[in-house]
Write a protein that binds this ligand. Structure first.
Ligand SMILES: [Zn+2]
Length: 200
């Protein structure tokens, strides 16, 4: 079982919510996926004063046993629920407040969650996976330096040193890849070569 902001959520929701957070959406999750025991506890707590918790059943919105798209409760007083809802809808997925009077309670369809999950996986995949550790470091540092509007002399020197290191590695990859048939397709040589070539 995965968690997000310390709350239990399905693995797919965890990935999607992490992506939302990474994209700068501010919200706080108050409740995610519940077990039957959690639901019974809430049901009993709320029984005295107008029941705010659904009757415990495997299909209750926050349980949805066997499915990933359980309901989420997101704090709505600070605007977080609206921000998350808008973000979900900006990705082409419907967010529904299915319980009248509970502006914090949102649900999306199974297909909707699958769609968001796929988008999140793609967006957050490490494009440098399989690259050598030093290549990752060079590329990231170089890109950081390149984003600066103005570089100090020291930063320019460093940038040049990185270019030299990457050029040298790129030539090494080229030699290794040209040595025999099919060698370009091993160890991500083609991608590594291209990434380094673009920066040196
Ligand atoms: Zn709820």
């Amino acid at each position: 079982m995965a968690s997000f902001q310390g709350k239990r959520v399905s693995g797919k929701w965890a990935v999607v919510l992490r992506w939302a957070e990474k994209q700068g959406v501010r919200f706080s999750l108050t409740s995610g996926q519940r077990t039957m025991a959690d639901q019974w506890r809430l049901y009993r707590v709320f029984q005295s004063g107008g029941n705010l918790a659904a009757f415990p059943s495997p299909l209750a919105p926050h349980i949805r046993k066997g499915f990933s798209n359980h309901a989420l409760d997101v704090n709505s007083l600070d605007g977080g629920e609206t921000r998350l809802e808008r973000w979900v809808e900006s990705k082409g997925v419907d967010w529904k407040n299915t319980v009248p009077g509970e502006s914090w309670h949102g649900e999306i369809s199974r297909a909707g969650l699958n769609k968001l999950y796929k988008m999140a996986k793609k967006a957050m995949a490490d494009p440098l996976k399989g690259y050598r550790a030093d290549e990752k470091r060079w590329i990231r540092e170089y890109d950081d330096l390149n984003r600066l509007k103005k570089r100090t002399a020291k930063q320019s020197t460093r940038r040049n040193a990185l270019r030299r290191a990457m050029a040298k590695r790129r030539k090494g990859i080229w030699r290794a890849a040209e040595r025999r048939k099919g060698a370009w397709d091993k160890y991500r040589r083609r991608d590594r070569y291209r990434s380094l070539r673009a920066r040196s």
